[in-house]
Design a protein around this ligand. Structure first.
Ligand code: SAH
Ligand code: SF4
Ligand code: F3S
Length: 437
Protein backbone atom coordinates (compact mmCIF):
# COMPACT_ATOMS: atom_id res chain seq x y z
CA UNK A 1 0.00 0.00 0.00
CA UNK A 2 1.23 3.48 -0.84
CA UNK A 3 1.24 6.16 1.81
CA UNK A 4 0.00 9.71 1.57
CA UNK A 5 0.55 12.60 3.97
CA UNK A 6 -1.75 15.62 3.72
CA UNK A 7 -0.87 18.77 5.68
CA UNK A 8 -3.55 21.43 6.02
CA UNK A 9 -3.08 25.19 6.36
CA UNK A 10 -5.64 27.99 6.18
CA UNK A 11 -9.33 27.92 7.01
CA UNK A 12 -11.85 25.19 7.84
CA UNK A 13 -12.72 24.99 4.17
CA UNK A 14 -9.24 23.66 3.61
CA UNK A 15 -9.66 21.16 6.44
CA UNK A 16 -12.80 19.92 4.75
CA UNK A 17 -11.01 19.82 1.39
CA UNK A 18 -8.15 17.74 2.81
CA UNK A 19 -10.74 15.20 3.92
CA UNK A 20 -12.18 15.31 0.43
CA UNK A 21 -8.72 14.71 -1.04
CA UNK A 22 -8.38 11.70 1.27
CA UNK A 23 -11.80 10.65 -0.07
CA UNK A 24 -10.35 10.77 -3.60
CA UNK A 25 -7.01 9.08 -2.80
CA UNK A 26 -7.78 6.30 -0.29
CA UNK A 27 -10.02 4.36 -2.71
CA UNK A 28 -7.03 4.39 -5.09
CA UNK A 29 -5.08 2.21 -2.68
CA UNK A 30 -3.44 4.81 -0.46
CA UNK A 31 -3.35 4.92 3.34
CA UNK A 32 -2.84 8.05 5.44
CA UNK A 33 0.44 8.55 7.25
CA UNK A 34 1.83 11.26 9.51
CA UNK A 35 5.44 10.21 8.96
CA UNK A 36 7.22 12.30 6.32
CA UNK A 37 9.99 9.73 5.88
CA UNK A 38 7.65 6.92 4.87
CA UNK A 39 5.27 8.97 2.70
CA UNK A 40 5.14 8.28 -1.06
CA UNK A 41 3.07 11.42 -1.59
CA UNK A 42 3.18 14.63 0.47
CA UNK A 43 0.50 17.23 -0.25
CA UNK A 44 0.41 20.66 1.35
CA UNK A 45 -3.10 22.09 1.23
CA UNK A 46 -2.39 25.79 1.33
CA UNK A 47 -3.87 29.24 1.96
CA UNK A 48 -3.29 32.47 0.04
CA UNK A 49 -5.39 34.89 2.05
CA UNK A 50 -2.42 36.88 3.37
CA UNK A 51 1.14 37.13 2.09
CA UNK A 52 2.39 35.71 5.38
CA UNK A 53 0.44 32.50 4.80
CA UNK A 54 2.24 31.99 1.48
CA UNK A 55 5.66 32.90 2.87
CA UNK A 56 5.21 30.25 5.52
CA UNK A 57 4.54 27.56 2.91
CA UNK A 58 7.54 28.67 0.83
CA UNK A 59 9.63 28.26 3.99
CA UNK A 60 8.26 24.77 4.62
CA UNK A 61 8.91 23.81 1.00
CA UNK A 62 12.55 24.93 1.29
CA UNK A 63 12.80 22.56 4.20
CA UNK A 64 11.04 19.66 2.41
CA UNK A 65 13.66 19.48 -0.31
CA UNK A 66 15.46 16.97 1.93
CA UNK A 67 12.63 14.44 1.64
CA UNK A 68 12.91 14.64 -2.15
CA UNK A 69 16.66 14.11 -1.96
CA UNK A 70 16.27 11.02 0.23
CA UNK A 71 13.44 9.59 -1.82
CA UNK A 72 13.57 10.83 -5.41
CA UNK A 73 10.28 9.21 -6.44
CA UNK A 74 8.38 11.00 -3.66
CA UNK A 75 5.64 13.20 -5.10
CA UNK A 76 5.66 16.60 -3.39
CA UNK A 77 2.52 18.56 -4.21
CA UNK A 78 1.10 21.97 -3.33
CA UNK A 79 -2.69 22.10 -3.55
CA UNK A 80 -5.34 24.61 -2.46
CA UNK A 81 -5.59 28.37 -2.70
CA UNK A 82 -1.89 29.23 -2.93
CA UNK A 83 -1.49 26.73 -5.77
CA UNK A 84 -4.35 28.36 -7.65
CA UNK A 85 -2.89 31.79 -6.95
CA UNK A 86 0.76 31.22 -7.90
CA UNK A 87 0.44 28.51 -10.58
CA UNK A 88 3.77 28.06 -12.51
CA UNK A 89 5.43 30.70 -10.36
CA UNK A 90 5.50 28.18 -7.53
CA UNK A 91 7.64 25.81 -9.62
CA UNK A 92 9.99 28.67 -10.46
CA UNK A 93 10.33 29.50 -6.78
CA UNK A 94 10.67 25.90 -5.56
CA UNK A 95 11.74 23.76 -8.55
CA UNK A 96 11.65 20.49 -6.57
CA UNK A 97 7.87 20.72 -6.23
CA UNK A 98 6.26 18.10 -8.52
CA UNK A 99 2.65 19.13 -8.53
CA UNK A 100 0.67 22.37 -8.24
CA UNK A 101 -3.09 21.84 -8.14
CA UNK A 102 -5.98 24.22 -7.45
CA UNK A 103 -9.17 23.51 -5.44
CA UNK A 104 -11.27 22.64 -8.50
CA UNK A 105 -8.98 19.90 -9.82
CA UNK A 106 -8.85 17.27 -7.07
CA UNK A 107 -10.58 14.66 -9.21
CA UNK A 108 -7.44 14.68 -11.36
CA UNK A 109 -5.15 13.86 -8.42
CA UNK A 110 -4.82 10.07 -8.84
CA UNK A 111 -4.05 10.43 -12.54
CA UNK A 112 -1.54 13.23 -11.98
CA UNK A 113 0.26 11.34 -9.21
CA UNK A 114 0.42 8.21 -11.32
CA UNK A 115 1.90 10.20 -14.18
CA UNK A 116 4.49 11.77 -11.91
CA UNK A 117 5.47 8.38 -10.46
CA UNK A 118 5.68 6.58 -13.77
CA UNK A 119 8.76 8.27 -15.21
CA UNK A 120 11.11 11.19 -14.89
CA UNK A 121 8.24 13.57 -15.29
CA UNK A 122 8.25 17.34 -15.57
CA UNK A 123 6.30 19.08 -12.80
CA UNK A 124 2.55 19.35 -13.40
CA UNK A 125 0.54 22.53 -12.89
CA UNK A 126 -3.21 21.83 -12.92
CA UNK A 127 -5.27 24.89 -12.08
CA UNK A 128 -8.34 24.48 -14.21
CA UNK A 129 -10.97 27.15 -14.44
CA UNK A 130 -13.23 25.57 -17.05
CA UNK A 131 -15.13 23.66 -14.39
CA UNK A 132 -16.19 24.81 -10.92
CA UNK A 133 -16.39 21.71 -8.78
CA UNK A 134 -18.84 20.75 -6.08
CA UNK A 135 -17.54 17.20 -5.58
CA UNK A 136 -21.19 16.30 -4.92
CA UNK A 137 -20.82 12.55 -4.67
CA UNK A 138 -17.30 12.24 -3.24
CA UNK A 139 -17.46 11.24 0.40
CA UNK A 140 -14.75 12.80 2.59
CA UNK A 141 -12.57 10.59 4.79
CA UNK A 142 -12.64 12.38 8.13
CA UNK A 143 -10.04 12.47 10.85
CA UNK A 144 -10.61 11.55 14.48
CA UNK A 145 -12.86 13.65 16.65
CA UNK A 146 -16.45 14.48 17.38
CA UNK A 147 -16.96 17.27 14.83
CA UNK A 148 -17.57 16.78 11.12
CA UNK A 149 -16.92 19.73 8.77
CA UNK A 150 -19.51 19.62 6.02
CA UNK A 151 -18.97 21.93 3.11
CA UNK A 152 -22.36 23.12 1.80
CA UNK A 153 -21.09 25.44 -0.90
CA UNK A 154 -17.89 26.47 -2.60
CA UNK A 155 -16.47 29.69 -3.99
CA UNK A 156 -17.53 33.26 -3.29
CA UNK A 157 -19.17 36.02 -5.35
CA UNK A 158 -18.90 38.84 -2.83
CA UNK A 159 -15.61 40.30 -4.04
CA UNK A 160 -14.68 42.15 -0.89
CA UNK A 161 -11.93 44.36 -2.33
CA UNK A 162 -9.19 42.99 -0.03
CA UNK A 163 -9.95 39.31 -0.55
CA UNK A 164 -8.36 36.77 -2.85
CA UNK A 165 -10.84 33.95 -2.11
CA UNK A 166 -13.17 34.65 -5.10
CA UNK A 167 -10.09 34.28 -7.32
CA UNK A 168 -8.70 31.11 -5.76
CA UNK A 169 -12.02 29.35 -5.22
CA UNK A 170 -14.03 30.70 -8.10
CA UNK A 171 -17.74 31.40 -8.45
CA UNK A 172 -20.17 30.63 -5.69
CA UNK A 173 -22.18 27.43 -6.04
CA UNK A 174 -24.29 25.47 -3.55
CA UNK A 175 -24.31 21.73 -3.05
CA UNK A 176 -27.66 19.98 -3.27
CA UNK A 177 -29.62 19.62 -0.06
CA UNK A 178 -30.08 15.87 -0.61
CA UNK A 179 -26.31 15.30 -0.86
CA UNK A 180 -25.55 17.43 2.19
CA UNK A 181 -28.14 15.60 4.31
CA UNK A 182 -26.85 12.23 3.10
CA UNK A 183 -23.32 13.24 4.08
CA UNK A 184 -24.51 14.35 7.54
CA UNK A 185 -26.36 11.05 8.09
CA UNK A 186 -23.26 9.09 7.15
CA UNK A 187 -21.07 11.22 9.41
CA UNK A 188 -23.44 10.50 12.31
CA UNK A 189 -23.31 6.77 11.55
CA UNK A 190 -19.52 7.03 11.71
CA UNK A 191 -19.79 8.53 15.20
CA UNK A 192 -19.54 12.30 14.72
CA UNK A 193 -21.91 14.16 17.02
CA UNK A 194 -21.33 17.77 16.03
CA UNK A 195 -21.78 19.08 12.50
CA UNK A 196 -20.25 22.34 11.26
CA UNK A 197 -21.72 23.62 8.00
CA UNK A 198 -19.16 25.51 5.93
CA UNK A 199 -19.36 28.14 3.24
CA UNK A 200 -17.82 31.56 2.49
CA UNK A 201 -21.29 33.04 2.85
CA UNK A 202 -23.79 30.48 4.14
CA UNK A 203 -26.65 33.01 3.87
CA UNK A 204 -26.55 32.72 0.12
CA UNK A 205 -26.79 28.91 0.09
CA UNK A 206 -29.70 27.79 -2.06
CA UNK A 207 -30.91 24.45 -3.37
CA UNK A 208 -31.50 25.23 -7.04
CA UNK A 209 -34.16 22.53 -7.47
CA UNK A 210 -36.30 23.02 -4.38
CA UNK A 211 -35.52 26.69 -3.70
CA UNK A 212 -34.70 25.84 -0.06
CA UNK A 213 -32.55 28.39 1.75
CA UNK A 214 -29.95 28.07 4.53
CA UNK A 215 -32.53 28.26 7.35
CA UNK A 216 -34.37 25.28 5.82
CA UNK A 217 -31.13 23.35 5.50
CA UNK A 218 -29.98 23.96 9.06
CA UNK A 219 -33.43 22.99 10.38
CA UNK A 220 -33.22 19.73 8.44
CA UNK A 221 -29.68 19.02 9.66
CA UNK A 222 -30.72 19.73 13.25
CA UNK A 223 -33.52 17.17 12.99
CA UNK A 224 -31.31 14.30 11.89
CA UNK A 225 -31.27 11.58 14.54
CA UNK A 226 -27.96 11.57 16.40
CA UNK A 227 -26.89 15.13 15.56
CA UNK A 228 -26.24 16.73 18.93
CA UNK A 229 -24.99 20.15 17.86
CA UNK A 230 -24.94 22.11 14.63
CA UNK A 231 -22.57 25.02 14.02
CA UNK A 232 -21.98 27.05 10.88
CA UNK A 233 -19.48 29.51 9.46
CA UNK A 234 -19.76 32.13 8.11
CA UNK A 235 -22.88 34.19 7.49
CA UNK A 236 -22.35 37.61 5.90
CA UNK A 237 -23.74 40.63 7.78
CA UNK A 238 -25.11 42.20 4.59
CA UNK A 239 -27.86 39.62 4.08
CA UNK A 240 -28.61 37.95 7.41
CA UNK A 241 -32.06 36.28 7.24
CA UNK A 242 -34.51 36.37 10.17
CA UNK A 243 -35.55 32.82 9.28
CA UNK A 244 -32.16 31.57 10.43
CA UNK A 245 -32.64 33.26 13.80
CA UNK A 246 -36.10 31.69 14.17
CA UNK A 247 -34.67 28.26 13.34
CA UNK A 248 -32.01 28.74 16.02
CA UNK A 249 -34.59 29.92 18.55
CA UNK A 250 -36.82 26.89 17.91
CA UNK A 251 -34.07 24.36 18.56
CA UNK A 252 -31.43 26.07 20.75
CA UNK A 253 -29.94 22.89 22.22
CA UNK A 254 -28.93 21.68 18.79
CA UNK A 255 -28.60 24.89 16.74
CA UNK A 256 -26.36 26.42 19.37
CA UNK A 257 -26.33 30.19 20.01
CA UNK A 258 -22.98 31.15 18.54
CA UNK A 259 -22.66 33.30 15.43
CA UNK A 260 -19.43 34.15 13.66
CA UNK A 261 -20.23 37.53 12.11
CA UNK A 262 -17.19 38.96 10.30
CA UNK A 263 -16.94 42.71 10.92
CA UNK A 264 -13.67 43.47 9.03
CA UNK A 265 -13.79 47.18 9.97
CA UNK A 266 -15.94 49.50 12.07
CA UNK A 267 -15.85 52.63 9.93
CA UNK A 268 -18.50 53.06 7.27
CA UNK A 269 -16.18 54.65 4.71
CA UNK A 270 -13.64 51.88 5.12
CA UNK A 271 -16.41 49.30 4.86
CA UNK A 272 -17.51 50.94 1.64
CA UNK A 273 -14.02 50.79 0.19
CA UNK A 274 -13.94 47.14 1.24
CA UNK A 275 -17.23 46.55 -0.64
CA UNK A 276 -18.75 44.92 2.42
CA UNK A 277 -22.30 46.07 1.75
CA UNK A 278 -23.12 47.40 5.26
CA UNK A 279 -22.37 50.45 7.37
CA UNK A 280 -21.20 50.66 10.98
CA UNK A 281 -24.76 51.46 12.07
CA UNK A 282 -26.25 48.59 10.07
CA UNK A 283 -23.82 46.13 11.62
CA UNK A 284 -24.65 47.35 15.15
CA UNK A 285 -28.37 47.26 14.38
CA UNK A 286 -28.08 43.69 13.14
CA UNK A 287 -26.29 42.66 16.34
CA UNK A 288 -29.03 44.26 18.48
CA UNK A 289 -31.70 42.59 16.38
CA UNK A 290 -30.06 39.16 16.70
CA UNK A 291 -29.73 39.62 20.47
CA UNK A 292 -33.44 40.45 20.73
CA UNK A 293 -34.31 37.12 19.15
CA UNK A 294 -31.45 35.10 20.69
CA UNK A 295 -30.61 36.69 24.05
CA UNK A 296 -27.96 34.06 24.88
CA UNK A 297 -26.05 34.41 21.64
CA UNK A 298 -22.27 34.84 21.57
CA UNK A 299 -20.64 36.58 18.62
CA UNK A 300 -17.21 36.03 17.23
CA UNK A 301 -15.68 37.95 14.35
CA UNK A 302 -12.85 38.66 11.91
CA UNK A 303 -11.22 42.10 11.81
CA UNK A 304 -8.63 43.67 9.52
CA UNK A 305 -6.57 46.66 10.66
CA UNK A 306 -4.72 49.07 8.38
CA UNK A 307 -6.72 48.58 5.20
CA UNK A 308 -5.94 51.00 2.38
CA UNK A 309 -6.66 54.57 3.43
CA UNK A 310 -7.72 53.71 7.00
CA UNK A 311 -6.91 56.69 9.22
CA UNK A 312 -6.30 56.37 12.94
CA UNK A 313 -9.68 58.05 13.52
CA UNK A 314 -11.40 55.53 11.30
CA UNK A 315 -9.68 52.72 13.18
CA UNK A 316 -11.28 54.14 16.35
CA UNK A 317 -14.65 53.11 14.88
CA UNK A 318 -13.43 49.51 14.82
CA UNK A 319 -12.58 49.77 18.53
CA UNK A 320 -15.97 51.36 19.15
CA UNK A 321 -17.84 48.48 17.52
CA UNK A 322 -15.71 45.97 19.44
CA UNK A 323 -16.60 47.72 22.71
CA UNK A 324 -20.31 47.85 21.89
CA UNK A 325 -20.75 44.32 20.56
CA UNK A 326 -18.44 42.65 23.09
CA UNK A 327 -17.37 39.76 20.86
CA UNK A 328 -16.61 36.58 22.73
CA UNK A 329 -13.80 35.87 20.27
CA UNK A 330 -12.04 37.57 17.37
CA UNK A 331 -9.52 36.76 14.67
CA UNK A 332 -7.57 39.93 14.05
CA UNK A 333 -5.29 40.58 11.08
CA UNK A 334 -3.07 43.23 9.56
CA UNK A 335 -4.16 44.07 6.05
CA UNK A 336 -2.08 42.30 3.42
CA UNK A 337 -2.34 43.42 -0.20
CA UNK A 338 -3.23 40.52 -2.50
CA UNK A 339 -2.99 39.97 -6.24
CA UNK A 340 -6.10 40.06 -8.48
CA UNK A 341 -8.11 41.95 -5.85
CA UNK A 342 -9.52 45.45 -6.40
CA UNK A 343 -7.50 46.72 -3.46
CA UNK A 344 -4.33 45.61 -5.23
CA UNK A 345 -4.69 48.90 -7.09
CA UNK A 346 -5.40 50.98 -3.99
CA UNK A 347 -2.45 52.32 -2.01
CA UNK A 348 -1.24 50.11 0.85
CA UNK A 349 -0.59 53.30 2.75
CA UNK A 350 -0.73 52.36 6.42
CA UNK A 351 2.85 51.58 7.44
CA UNK A 352 3.76 48.15 8.80
CA UNK A 353 4.61 49.71 12.19
CA UNK A 354 1.27 51.49 12.33
CA UNK A 355 -0.62 48.29 11.39
CA UNK A 356 1.24 46.50 14.17
CA UNK A 357 0.36 49.25 16.68
CA UNK A 358 -3.32 49.14 15.74
CA UNK A 359 -3.36 45.36 15.90
CA UNK A 360 -1.88 45.42 19.39
CA UNK A 361 -4.34 48.06 20.55
CA UNK A 362 -7.22 46.00 19.18
CA UNK A 363 -5.94 42.73 20.66
CA UNK A 364 -5.54 44.39 24.06
CA UNK A 365 -9.12 45.70 24.00
CA UNK A 366 -10.51 42.37 22.82
CA UNK A 367 -8.53 40.51 25.49
CA UNK A 368 -9.93 42.70 28.27
CA UNK A 369 -13.50 42.24 27.02
CA UNK A 370 -13.06 38.49 26.75
CA UNK A 371 -11.68 38.36 30.28
CA UNK A 372 -14.86 40.10 31.50
CA UNK A 373 -17.07 37.74 29.52
CA UNK A 374 -15.30 34.76 31.08
CA UNK A 375 -15.88 36.13 34.58
CA UNK A 376 -19.57 36.68 33.83
CA UNK A 377 -19.93 32.95 33.24
CA UNK A 378 -19.00 32.02 36.79
CA UNK A 379 -22.03 30.76 38.69
CA UNK A 380 -24.08 30.01 35.57
CA UNK A 381 -25.34 26.63 34.41
CA UNK A 382 -24.61 25.38 30.93
CA UNK A 383 -23.85 22.26 28.91
CA UNK A 384 -20.45 21.04 27.73
CA UNK A 385 -19.79 18.76 24.78
CA UNK A 386 -16.74 16.70 25.72
CA UNK A 387 -13.89 16.80 23.21
CA UNK A 388 -11.18 14.77 24.96
CA UNK A 389 -8.39 14.90 27.51
CA UNK A 390 -7.17 18.40 28.31
CA UNK A 391 -3.82 19.10 26.66
CA UNK A 392 -2.57 20.67 29.88
CA UNK A 393 -3.65 18.25 32.61
CA UNK A 394 -4.25 14.61 31.85
CA UNK A 395 -6.70 14.10 34.69
CA UNK A 396 -9.07 16.69 33.21
CA UNK A 397 -11.19 16.83 30.10
CA UNK A 398 -11.94 19.70 27.82
CA UNK A 399 -15.05 20.55 25.86
CA UNK A 400 -17.07 23.50 24.66
CA UNK A 401 -20.18 25.26 25.88
CA UNK A 402 -22.85 26.10 23.26
CA UNK A 403 -21.38 29.61 22.87
CA UNK A 404 -18.15 27.88 21.75
CA UNK A 405 -15.97 28.81 24.74
CA UNK A 406 -13.69 26.01 25.95
CA UNK A 407 -14.59 24.54 29.34
CA UNK A 408 -12.62 22.14 31.53
CA UNK A 409 -14.37 19.39 33.50
CA UNK A 410 -13.17 16.54 35.72
CA UNK A 411 -12.54 13.42 33.67
CA UNK A 412 -14.93 10.96 35.17
CA UNK A 413 -18.08 12.42 33.66
CA UNK A 414 -18.43 10.89 30.21
CA UNK A 415 -16.97 10.12 26.80
CA UNK A 416 -16.02 12.14 23.74
CA UNK A 417 -19.16 13.69 22.27
CA UNK A 418 -21.22 13.42 25.47
CA UNK A 419 -23.18 16.45 26.64
CA UNK A 420 -22.63 17.16 30.32
CA UNK A 421 -24.62 19.69 32.34
CA UNK A 422 -22.30 21.81 34.47
CA UNK A 423 -22.15 24.83 36.70
CA UNK A 424 -19.24 27.16 35.91
CA UNK A 425 -17.22 27.45 39.10
CA UNK A 426 -14.00 29.07 37.96
CA UNK A 427 -11.96 30.27 34.99
CA UNK A 428 -8.36 29.74 33.95
CA UNK A 429 -7.34 32.52 31.58
CA UNK A 430 -9.98 32.34 28.82
CA UNK A 431 -11.09 28.79 29.65
CA UNK A 432 -14.03 28.05 31.91
CA UNK A 433 -14.00 25.41 34.64
CA UNK A 434 -17.26 23.48 35.03
CA UNK A 435 -18.55 21.22 37.80
CA UNK A 436 -20.96 18.51 36.61
CA UNK A 437 -24.43 18.87 38.09
N1 SAH B 1 -15.75 34.26 3.73
C1 SAH B 1 -15.25 34.48 5.00
C2 SAH B 1 -13.82 34.96 5.09
C3 SAH B 1 -12.76 34.05 4.61
S1 SAH B 1 -11.16 34.73 4.72
C4 SAH B 1 -16.09 35.55 5.56
O1 SAH B 1 -16.43 36.49 4.85
O2 SAH B 1 -16.35 35.43 6.72
C5 SAH B 1 -10.96 34.82 6.47
C6 SAH B 1 -10.61 36.18 6.98
O3 SAH B 1 -9.33 36.56 6.53
C7 SAH B 1 -11.50 37.30 6.53
O4 SAH B 1 -12.68 37.37 7.26
C8 SAH B 1 -10.63 38.52 6.73
O5 SAH B 1 -10.77 39.04 8.03
C9 SAH B 1 -9.24 37.97 6.57
N2 SAH B 1 -8.65 38.45 5.31
C10 SAH B 1 -9.08 38.22 4.06
N3 SAH B 1 -8.30 38.87 3.17
C11 SAH B 1 -7.36 39.52 3.88
C12 SAH B 1 -6.27 40.39 3.54
N4 SAH B 1 -6.01 40.70 2.28
N5 SAH B 1 -5.50 40.88 4.54
C13 SAH B 1 -5.76 40.57 5.82
N6 SAH B 1 -6.76 39.77 6.20
C14 SAH B 1 -7.56 39.25 5.25
FE1 SF4 C 1 -13.55 37.01 0.94
FE2 SF4 C 1 -15.60 38.63 1.30
FE3 SF4 C 1 -15.96 36.28 0.08
FE4 SF4 C 1 -15.44 36.36 2.69
S1 SF4 C 1 -17.27 37.21 1.71
S2 SF4 C 1 -14.48 35.01 1.17
S3 SF4 C 1 -14.07 38.08 2.85
S4 SF4 C 1 -14.77 38.00 -0.71
FE1 F3S D 1 -9.42 29.52 3.14
FE2 F3S D 1 -7.12 30.69 2.80
FE3 F3S D 1 -8.37 29.71 0.74
S1 F3S D 1 -8.70 31.36 4.12
S2 F3S D 1 -10.50 29.90 1.25
S3 F3S D 1 -7.58 28.56 2.47
S4 F3S D 1 -7.24 31.59 0.77
Amino acid sequence: MKKILIETYGCQMNKADSELVAGVMLPEGYTNTENHEEADVILLNTCAVREGAEDRILGILAHYRKYKEKKPNLVLGVIGCMAQNLKEELIHKRPWVDLVMGPDSYRDLPKAIQQLQSADHEPLVIVRRDRFENYEEIFPVRGEGFNAWVSIMRGCDNFCTFCIVPFTRGRERSRKSSNILREVRLAVEQGYQEITLLGQNVNSWKDEESGERFADLIRAVGQIEGVKRVRFTSPHPKDFPDELLYAMRENPNVLVPHIHLPLQAGNTEVLQRMNRGYSKEEYLKLVDHIREILPDVAFSTDIIVGFSGESYDQFQDTLDVVRRVRFSGAFMFKYSRRPYTKAEHMPDDVSEEEKQRRLEELIELQRSIEAEIVQEWIGKETEVMLEGVSPKREEEWIGRIPQNRPCIVPAACGQVGDLVKVRIVDARAMTLVGKPL
